[in-house]
Design a binder for this molecule. Structure first.
Ligand SMILES: [Cu+2]
Length: 189
């Protein structure tokens, strides 16, 4: 994309220089043809390959497992995050998200009040939490460890402190870690 944009920049500068030193050069092309070529032809030539490239690359970035990935529900609310795990009904962790390492998960993100945005910079892009909607973000943490998450959409007075911690467990320990949390919270599996 950098090479492509450099090329376009040079082309534009070339046209600019041409109109500077040879005023009237475009008269030979004609106004209408100039609009069609410069306004439709050139953008189509540039944008269609870029969209195709972005679609293919985006698809490759997305973990696509054979089975449906485990789903975790994310509820945003001024100004905290609640995570619930359908695998363990009743278990809710506040401002802490537990994930398995090396396994794709689907985060089903919703909001109780205003628009928030879930962002775990080291794991992927942002996705808005919108009241009345469920947005699904597929993520995969490759390595166990602790990560930081942050609300990335200004949502009110508590926005700056609307952070959460992501604890990524080795995949083999994940179910045990969730069960221990549920046990601690007095939830019967
Ligand atoms: Cu926020």
């Amino acid at each position: 994309m950098l090479a492509g944009s450099a090329l376009l920049f040079l082309l534009m500068m070339g046209l600019f220089a041409l109109s500077w030193w040879r005023p009237g050069w475009s008269r030979r092309i004609g106004a209408q043809r100039l609009v069609v070529l410069g306004g439709l032809g050139l953008p189509a030539l540039v944008l269609i390959p870029l969209v195709a490239y972005a679609l293919v690359t985006g698809e490759r970035l997305m973990p696509l497992p054979n089975a449906t990935p485990p789903r975790i529900e994310v509820h945003a609310e001024q100004s905290r995050w609640r995570f619930s795990y359908p695998a363990l009904p009743g278990l809710v962790t506040e401002d802490v998200l537990h994930l398995p390492a090396g396994v794709p998960v689907d985060l089903a993100i919703s909001s109780a009040d205003v628009i928030h945005s879930l962002w775990i910079p080291r794991l992927g892009g942002k996705l808005d939490a919108i009241p009345g909607r469920v947005n699904v973000l597929r993520l995969q943490a490759d390595a166990a460890g602790d990560y930081e998450g942050q609300c990335a959409e200004f949502c009110g007075i508590g926005h700056t402190t609307m952070k959460f911690k992501v604890i990524v467990h080795p995949a083999a320990d994940y179910a045990g870690a969730l069960a221990a949390l549920a046990n601690h919270a007095g939830i019967k599996p």
